[in-house]
Structures are given as C-alpha cells and as structure tokens.
Design a protein. Structure first.
Ligand SMILES: *[C@@H]1O[C@H](CO)[C@@H](O)[C@H](O)[C@H]1NC(C)=O
Ligand SMILES: *[C@@H]1O[C@H](CO)[C@@H](O)[C@H](O)[C@H]1NC(C)=O
Ligand SMILES: *[C@@H]1O[C@H](CO)[C@@H](O)[C@H](O)[C@H]1NC(C)=O
Ligand SMILES: *[C@@H]1O[C@H](CO)[C@@H](O)[C@H](O)[C@H]1NC(C)=O
Ligand SMILES: *[C@@H]1O[C@H](CO)[C@@H](O)[C@H](O)[C@H]1NC(C)=O
Ligand SMILES: *[C@@H]1O[C@H](CO)[C@@H](O)[C@H](O)[C@H]1NC(C)=O
Length: 512
C-alpha cells in the first residue's frame, strides 16, 4: 500500500515536471505578457513551483493542462481532506477546485524556496486587478488571520435601543472574513432609493441598519420587500442585509416576521414605499425624534461578516471594482503597507456631482468632470474644510493608474486636525459615540480624535473615490438644527472629551 502510494507520488511528480517544461516552452516561444515571466526550476523548488503554476492555470485556462491538473487533483484527494468549497459571493471571487488550505501551505513555503524572488504579482496570480485569484485569497487569509462569523438573526439591546440584527439577510450565504469587504451604512426608510445604485457599484456585501421607530416599521418592511422583489435584478437580494432598530420608548405595535413576509411576492405595481415620502408625516418627525446616527453606524459595522469594512453614508456611491482592487493591494503588501507599525485606515476621497449628470465610473472621468465643474470636492459649499484630504489637490491632478495603491500617508493633524474621513477600516478601529445624533452635527469627530491619539496612519487610496448622489448641496441655515448642534457640542466638550482623555490619553497635535 505504502509502496504503491510512493510510486504514485513519484509518477505524479514526473507528470508535473513534464507539464512545467511544456508550459515553459510555450511561454518562451510566445510573447510573454509582462509579469508572467519564466523562472528556472531548482531541484528543491520544482514541485512547489509546479504546483503554483497548476493552480494558476486552473484559474486562467481550464482546458490547457487538463491532464496534469487531473493527476494533481487526484493526488490531493488521496492525501488531504477536501475543505468544503465556499459559496462564491460574486463571479469575481468564484473559486476553482483547489482548496484554500493547500494553496495557503504553498504560499507559506514560498519564503524558503527560490520562488521568493518572483515578483509578487506572479506569485499571487494577479492577472486582473478586478478579480481575486485563489492564490491571492489564500494569501489574504494568512495575512489577515481574521475570524469568520456566523450569520444568524438576533434580537439584542444597545443602550435604550432594541436591535433586530440580520432581520432580513442577504442570500449570499457563507462569507469568509478575508474574501470581500462590507459596505456598512444606515438610513431611515425614506433614503432607501440609494440602495440599488449603491449595490450596483459596490457588488459586494452591504450591512444596512434602518431606524424604524413605531409606525415607521411598516413602510420600512414594505421598502425592503420592494427592493428585493421589484428592483429588476438580483443584486439587492444577493448582497444586502437589513437590520432594524428603535428606541424601547417607540416599539412598533406590530413587528412582521420575515419568515412569513419573505415567502410572498410583493406587489410591484404600487409605487416604491420610499419614493416621494412626506417626511413630516413619518412617525419619527411626528414624535420629534432625533436620528441616532452613530447607533445605526455601530449596528451596521458590528454585524459585518468581513475583516475590512467601509463605514459610509448611504448617499455615497463607491467607484466600481473598489473591493477586488483594494484586496489585491493588501495581498501585494508593498510599501508603505509592509513598512509601518502604526494602526492604519484607508480614507477615500469624496466628490459631489451636478444633479443632471451621471456618477463618474473612473478617476479619469471624474477628472474631466472636475475640469468642467460638473463635479466638485465634497461639501465645498457647505463646510469646505471638513472633508479636505491631505494632498487633495495633488490627488485630483494625479493620473489614474492601473492598480490600487496608497497615494499618501497623512495624519489627522495641523491643517487636517478636524478631518472626518470616510475610510476602509476594520473591527479594531474605534466606534462612533452612540450618544451623538445626526442633527447635533460633528458626529464622527470623537472617533477622529481617538484615531489621532492612537497615532493612526491615514493611507489615502489613489484611484478610489466616493460620489454623493447627484445634486450639489449648498449651505442652508436651520435655526432649530443649530440649537441642537450647540447642545451636542457642549455635551461633547463637557462629558465625552474628559471620558476619552481618561480612556485613551492625549497626544500633542490632536484636537476634536
Ligand atoms: C484555453 O486553452 C485552449 C488550448 O490552448 C484554447 O483552445 C482555449 O481557447 C483557451 N481558453 C481560454 C478561455 O483562454
Ligand atoms: C455571474 O455570471 C453570470 C454568467 O456569466 C451572469 O449571468 C451573472 O449576472 C453574473 N453575476 C454577477 C453578480 O456578476
Ligand atoms: C397590485 O396592486 C394594484 C394597484 O393597487 C392592483 O390593481 C392589483 O390588483 C394588485 N395585484 C395583486 C396581485 O394584488
Ligand atoms: C405631509 O404631512 C403633513 C403631516 O401629516 C400634512 O400636514 C401635509 O399636508 C402633508 N403634505 C403633503 C404634501 O401631503
Ligand atoms: C516592502 O515591499 C516592497 C515592495 O514589494 C519591498 O521592496 C520592500 O523591501 C518591503 N519592505 C519590507 C520592510 O519588507
Ligand atoms: C463635463 O465632462 C463630462 C465628462 O467628460 C461630460 O460627460 C459632460 O458632458 C461635460 N459637461 C459639460 C457641461 O461640459
């Protein structure tokens, strides 16, 4: 039995070596695309590099090396337990038959083999920045060493709020924490028209917390049903998970059970429940409730299944392909990512566009729109300094490149001491203060202050950007809101800041 097996392994390795030689010959004779260079096989590295190449070909072209591939596959089956294949979240992350564990082993052993000299793009099989190869995924798994979470509905409490976490779940099934990024966001039902354009550009999981006190729950449920059944495509069903929450003083009189309402198709001939909402007739407005924006943000973030999250506002649409491009950048782990001991976040530049124009899809298109003034930096006319980004002028001039990289490493200091960035971060980053309302303004400042005190690096991404739903905002005076804002500012200074200083200490150059 054992001898048989040795013979078999020996035969397999011959097949592999022949396959590699054929592969090499093919590539030497053809014109090589850049980044797919041939490297001589050394004695001890031969089997590993062969395995790498087979994995790569497995992804790139299934038929090219079917013979060799199938030998390896049966070898794998006889020596290792198959890990159950994971449910692909998008076509982009769809995995081949090679198991993550096997590739991970190969990646780990790279350090000691001659393949360590290969360019990282070759090792990771990054042939398309908008897709994630199996090798890249395996590398991410190792680099991030994150924990996968379960994905179950739950009733929980957060201060005075009841939270129906995972009230309506996306159909994506199991998500591994390293394989994608979650856009975490929040809204009242009247903002749900943004969900479709958002998910069409993000094409990855969205965790959405909806504030639905009292009678606002009914139109919220109808909106969720409308979005899932009447949007004309499956993206919302596939990617968006809805949480609802309300104060314990405003519990809805009837809380529909998703298990029953999701089994009946919604009547799509009625208008969308979130279109043309008379806001003054909502339960929230009638009762004069404030919008607990940070409770909502924290609920959405805490429920995300992935290591990386983009905590954003629902009207900010991301540039396409952000998720795979970002993860390929992380997997490459080049400067300055591999070269910094500070905690880090990845801020994304934000823009507004004219009500009559399309949201730009690429940085190049955005630059043309900035040039003819159909696009402007975010809140230029509302609060010009709030969203200024270090090296922002330089960013707007810099030409779009073929891959995502860190454009500049900034700090929340000096001219940017009040910066409230929107960024890709992780569950380790400071939360938002649950006690602050949207009406009170500056609701992200305390988080920004903690980031500064903890000496975070703000690694600004080069080609990625967020575009606000079309329509350029101008400053409008709102006396009532200013009153609430004054109260909140005083609460932050008198109560929250002393707490934060006790908990996190201080650092010269940091301010609220
Ligand atoms: C894969 O390779 C085979 C044989 O070389 C070729 O006929 C086929 O067109 C290739 N398929 C793709 C998708 O490149
Ligand atoms: C996945 O690919 C199939 C077939 O190419 C296509 O019909 C489907 O729309 C794609 N889904 C996504 C989410 O891109
Ligand atoms: C859907 O709503 C429309 C308009 O209210 C109504 O005419 C139609 O009968 C409804 N369809 C069903 C199947 O209930
Ligand atoms: C909106 O709702 C308020 C309060 O119920 C009502 O007074 C007002 O007439 C409504 N406006 C419209 C346009 O329906
Ligand atoms: C970081 O990555 C760059 C590019 O891949 C490499 O040249 C450099 O040596 C790495 N630095 C460290 C400290 O590993
Ligand atoms: C501004 O530039 C964009 C992108 O090139 C273009 O689509 C749009 O038509 C231009 N608008 C005006 C008013 O020139």
């Amino acid at each position: 039995m054992l001898t048989n097996r040795r013979n078999f392994i020996f035969r397999v390795s011959i097949v592999i070596n022949i396959a590699v030689l054929l592969y090499a010959a093919m590539h030497l004779s053809g014109s090589n695309p850049p980044g797919v260079e041939w490297v001589p096989i050394t004695v001890d590295g031969s089997e590993r590099s062969a395995e790498m190449r087979l994995v790569r070909d497995d992804v790139r072209n299934d038929s090219e090396m079917r013979t060799a591939e199938s030998s390896v596959r049966s070898f794998e089956e006889s020596t290792s337990q198959k890990t159950p294949s994971t449910m692909p979240t998008t076509n982009k992350t769809a995995s081949s038959t090679a198991s993550i564990a096997d590739i991970e082993k190969t990646m780990k052993s790279q350090d000691t083999s001659s393949d360590a000299d290969l360019p990282i793009e070759t090792l990771l099989d990054i042939v398309d920045e908008n897709a994630l190869s199996d090798t890249t995924l395996a590398r991410l798994r190792t680099l991030l060493s994150c924990n996968d979470k379960d994905f179950l509905p739950e009733y929980l409490q957060r201060g005075e709020f009841w939270v129906l976490k995972n009230y309506v779940r996306a159909d994506h099934g199991t998500i591994l924490c390293h394989e994608t990024i979650t856009y975490t966001t929040h809204a009242g039902f009247e903002f749900l028209d943004n969900v479709l354009p958002l998910v069409e550009r993000w094409m990855a999981p969205v965790s959405l917390a909806i504030h639905a006190p009292g009678a606002d729950l009914m139109p919220t449920v109808n909106s969720i049903r409308y979005l899932r059944d009447c949007s004309g495509n499956d993206l919302i069903r596939q990617f968006v998970t809805f949480h609802v929450f309300f104060s314990n003083k405003h519990i809805p009189s009837n809380i529909p059970n998703p298990n029953s309402f999701l089994t009946t198709a919604y009547n799509c001939t009625v208008p969308a429940p979130f279109s043309n909402v008379n806001v003054s007739a909502t339960y929230k407005k009638q009762k004069g409730l404030l919008y607990p924006v940070n409770v909502a943000r924290n609920i959405a973030r805490d429920a995300a299944l992935t290591h990386y999250v983009l905590a954003s506002d629902i009207e900010l649409y991301p540039s396409p392909n952000l998720v795979p491009r970002f993860l390929n950048m992380i997997a490459r782990n080049a400067n300055p990512l591999n070269n910094s001991i500070n905690p880090r976040i990845f801020p994304i530049s934000i823009f507004e566009v004219d009500a009559k124009v399309q949201v730009p899809s690429t940085k190049t298109e955005l630059q043309a729109m900035l040039a003819n003034k159909t696009a402007i930096p975010f809140h230029k006319y509302v609060c010009p300094d709030c969203h200024n980004i270090p090296e922002g002028q330089h960013w707007m001039k810099a030409t779009e490149t073929s891959q995502m990289d860190v454009f500049h490493v900034g700090k929340r200091q000096k001219k940017f001491v009040h910066w409230e960035p929107i960024f890709i971060g992780t569950h380790q980053d400071p939360h938002y203060d649950d006690r602050l309302s949207w009406e009170g303004k500056k609701d992200k400042m305390t988080q920004g202050y903690i980031l500064c005190v903890q000496n975070y690096d703000f690694m600004i991404l080069n080609n990625a950007f967020l575009t606000h739903k079309p329509g350029i905002k101008h400053y409008v005076k709102d006396a009532k809101r200013d009153q609430i804002a004054a109260k909140q500012t005083s609460f932050v200074n008198k109560v929250i800041m002393p707490e934060i200083k006790k908990l996190f200490g201080t650092r010269p150059g940091c301010a609220l």
